[in-house]
Ligand binder design. Structure first.
Ligand code: SF4
Ligand code: SF4
Ligand code: SF4
Length: 246
């Protein structure tokens, strides 16, 4: 039987999500047994435009990106957004809250006029996206789970409850009780609350759950000393493209 042909593409990103795929360790062999990887700039020289599944990392930050993304969409039967930059617009959306000319000059200095830019958006704002793998970076196990589901023709199961649920299951002390603040109450679970377990906070990298209780989250953050601007910045870190960050 012909194996599905898989291709990886990147737009504006740090390539950390593709690196997670390269670092799949023992799961990589399982994945490679099941699919033919025909394009993966980070891992191989070969390139083909004949593929079934396209994994797209990164956000769309230039108008000229759109034609390339549309071509990928045309070639792929299934398009999967890989990581926060691709599912949400992600951290690259921070620039949307600055003057774009200022941002361009800040990054490119005197050469700024040579570089095109526009407001950052996720691929789904340009073309239809079939599935999303959340996180910054993606979780390797979740990537393998999604690939398996796609190969079986099933819809991958993604949690639609907040990180707090997994955080409680992990037995963590809530960081609000330790004088810190956290986006866990409105953020989609699926990472086992790893950042809190490792002694940090949830930054919201997996994006918002469906119907997040944003008002309650704003209220808790304000009660714990954050200004209106601080609260907005919390929502803008990863979900700057969403309505709640406007
Ligand atoms: S989601 Fe995070 S790790 Fe993945 S490409 Fe974007 S910035 Fe890098
Ligand atoms: S630390 Fe964050 S994720 Fe964990 S329970 Fe508290 S608010 Fe929720
Ligand atoms: S705890 Fe929050 S910031 Fe950390 S991986 Fe999970 S969703 Fe992302």
């Amino acid at each position: 039987m012909k194996k599905p042909r898989v291709a990886f593409f990147d737009f504006a990103s740090c390539e950390g999500c593709q690196l997670q795929v390269v670092n799949l360790e023992e799961d990589l062999l399982q994945v490679l047994e099941a699919v033919d990887v025909v394009c993966f700039r980070e891992a191989m020289k070969e390139h083909s435009d004949d593929y079934d599944i396209a994994f797209v990392e990164g956000s769309i930050t230039r108008r000229s990106d759109e034609a390339r993304l549309k071509e990928i969409r045309k070639n792929a039967k299934v398009l999967v957004a890989l990581g926060s930059c691709a599912t949400l617009g992600g951290i690259n959306c921070i620039k949307n809250f600055q003057e774009l000319d200022y941002v361009r000059k800040f990054v490119y200095g005197e050469k700024a006029s040579n570089y095109e830019t526009y407001a950052t958006r996720p691929p789904k704002a340009v073309v239809p996206v079939d599935f999303e793998i959340h996180g910054c970076p993606i979780n390797r196990k979740e990537f393998t789970m999604v690939v398996k589901a796609l190969l079986l023709g099933k819809k991958p199961e993604v949690p639609n409850y907040p990180v707090c649920v997994e955080c409680k299951m992990a037995g963590n002390i809530c960081v609000f009780e330790l004088g810190m603040t956290c986006m866990g109450p409105v953020t989609r679970a699926g990472c086992a609350a790893c950042c809190v377990t490792e002694g940090s906070i949830c930054w919201g990298c997996r994006g918002l759950v469906d119907d997040p209780n944003v008002d309650s989250e704003r209220e808790i953050l304000a009660t714990h000393g954050l200004s209106v601007n601080d609260i907005l910045n919390k929502f803008r870190l990863y979900t700057g493209f969403s309505e709640v960050a406007k």
